[in-house]
Design a protein. Structure first.
Length: 108
């Protein structure tokens, strides 16, 4: 989990980023379980859930569900890097010549 926020240092707003924790999930990665973990993390680090503006995630159904359960319908922002990766993977699979080239390179 990475948290981004604006802090006022010396009277000047400054963007800050912190990694408060990394947590191994001990159950199935359901939306319900993930949002329960997020709730526990917020409580542990005294993060007011009402001040969370958005959550950036991949498009996995479990993650989309977790965000919806945790904050409602609007605050999820799809990760553009993940979306671009999915598009490129899909296009490359459709280009047979590129697949053949990749197979040759893998054998080198």
């Amino acid at each position: 989990m990475t948290v981004h926020f604006i802090d006022t240092i010396n009277g000047s707003p400054t963007l800050q980023s912190l990694n408060p924790c990394a947590q191994q999930l001990s159950q199935g990665h359901t939306g319900q379980y993930i949002q329960e973990c997020w709730k526990e993390i917020c409580e542990e680090f005294n993060i007011d859930k009402t001040k969370i503006v958005s959550i950036t995630t991949d498009g996995g159904a479990n993650i989309v569900s977790a965000v919806r359960l945790f904050l409602g319908d609007d605050p999820r922002i799809p990760c553009m890097a993940h979306c671009l990766n999915l598009v490129v993977d899909g296009v490359l699979r459709e280009i047979n010549a590129f697949s053949v080239l990749c197979d040759h390179v893998k054998r080198l």
